[in-house]
Design a protein around this ligand. Structure first.
Ligand code: IMP
Length: 425
């Protein structure tokens, strides 16, 4: 009964979508467990380029069932758009009846709250994700399954929208949302989504019982995790491995492997401490070369050297048994490459990752500099094609993080992938 988790090991945007599309050839189910349409996964293969925010990255394989788990927050407008664009029918996509809905007032509140935070803004994606999770925890959320009971839903909405409007208008001075518009929207969602709404635990559990492979698809990254990330500069869910169990309703013994997807360098979008950030020209050069602009918001991503301290921490809190390293080719042609191996905090050296954001903001990275390589790694697919410099870099990352590498991504396309060891074995 093997499940294989593919988890973002940094601050998101590690290239999980490409890797999942690659692995999904050999899986029966691809299941997302957390986040919402704050995510942006890019998949490029012979069928085209797919920019996905909500549906799992297995959709290009007709044999695969794609599951949106209960831990996800779902904006049905986004879901319906992705269903339409990708011709997905209920034999290929299911959404948990227990996933929570992102409602129009969540989007309004996300943006009003960010404006209120002013200089302390988190830099959210503005998609209503945080407020939807707040309502879930406050037990005021609406679940996808409630769409199927319109009368009861309308009654709950009457109360909820009235209270949300008090907050929107009286605290923030914003424009209220219209109850009738919201009810009409939920009726439309119910009609268009009803066939996709299912209790998905059985889809995942039955596949595992039948010895079929399930890929558990991460969104965001471990360092944006609500508990283990750089709080408060985090997302409102648990992208780490623990979130997979609650977000899908499966047990820990299902796992055959847990991989951390690491970019060969680091990026971060939005605010928050980023010890290895590269400012100025050098960062700009990587950003342009690698196209480091958000898939969801188009924002320029901050660029940094590989942070081994954060990487080791990420491996610890997720129990990674494999590293998947992406965007290796971006470092081709660099004279030298830095790896952060420890931090100096208040004059003391440490190899521990301080999760406290204020402390993390004070750390000075201690770097090891290793020689770059001139040969191209772009699109290589065989271990023998890996030049000595790139090989030495990967080896050093493995030592620093303490986890072996199983897959290298050498370009954005599905086939631009080098398998060192079968992750789904
Ligand atoms: P939220 O998830 O929209 O509430 O945003 C909270 C923080 O997480 C912000 O810094 C966002 O930029 C970041 N974030 C959320 N989703 C992603 C993602 O998919 N990739 C990278 N950063 C993300």
């Amino acid at each position: 009964m093997p499940a294989y988790a593919v988890i973002g090991a940094q601050w998101g945007d590690e290239g999980k979508g490409k890797i999942i599309d690659f692995l999904a050839e050999n899986a029966a189910v691809i299941a997302r467990y957390s986040g919402g349409n704050n995510a942006g996964h890019t998949v490029i293969n012979d069928a085209g380029t797919f920019k996905l925010h909500l549906v799992p990255s297995g959709i290009c394989w007709p044999h695969a069932m794609n599951v949106i788990g209960n831990g996800v927050v779902v904006d049905p407008e986004v879901l319906l758009k992705e269903i339409g664009e990708n011709n997905l029918d209920p034999t290929r996509l299911a959404v948990s009846d227990r996933a929570h809905l992102i409602m129009p007032y969540h989007v309004v509140l996300d943006n009003l709250e960010e404006a209120r935070r002013g200089n302390a803004a988190i830099g959210t994606t503005g998609r209503g994700v945080g407020p939807a999770y707040v309502d879930k925890v406050a037990r005021e959320g609406l679940r996808v399954g409630e769409l199927l009971n319109p009368e009861a839903l309308a009654s709950r909405l009457t109360e909820i929208v009235s209270f949300k409007n008090e907050i929107i208008t009286k605290i923030y001075g914003g424009d209220p949302v219209d109850l009738n518009d919201v009810i009409a929207l939920t009726n439309k969602w119910a009609t268009e989504l009803s066939e996709y709404i299912r209790p998905v635990e059985n889809l995942v559990g039955d596949a595992l019982d039948n010895d079929e492979k399930v890929i558990v698809e991460g969104a965001q990254g471990a360092l944006l995790d609500m508990d283990h990330g750089t709080y408060p500069f985090v997302t409102s869910s648990n992208p780490t491995v623990g979130g997979t169990l609650t977000g899908l309703g499966m047990g820990p013994r299902s796992y055959g492997g847990v991989a951390g997807v690491f970019k060969a360098y680091c990026t971060r979008v939005g605010a928050g401490p980023f010890p290895t950030e590269i400012h100025g020209e050098q960062g700009d050069k990587i950003r342009e070369q690698a196209g480091e602009f958000g898939t969801t918001t188009g924002r320029a991503r901050r660029i940094g050297w590989f942070d081994g301290v954060a990487g080791r921490y990420s491996a610890r809190v997720n129990g990674f048994d494999a590293m998947i390293i992406t965007k290796l080719d971006i470092l081709d042609g660099w004279d030298e490459i830095k790896i952060c191996v420890a931090y100096e905090i208040d004059g003391e050296r440490t190899d521990q990752f301080p999760v406290d954001a204020a402390k993390l903001a004070r750390v000075k990275p201690i770097y090891e500099t290793i020689p770059g390589w001139t040969e191209s790694t772009r699109a290589i697919t065989e271990p023998e094609q890996l030049n000595d410099g790139a090989r030495a870099y990967i080896k050093r990352l493995e030592e620093v993080v303490g986890v072996p590498t199983k897959i290298l991504s050498t370009g954005p396309r599905r086939e631009e992938t080098l398998v060192l060891e079968d992750f789904l074995a």
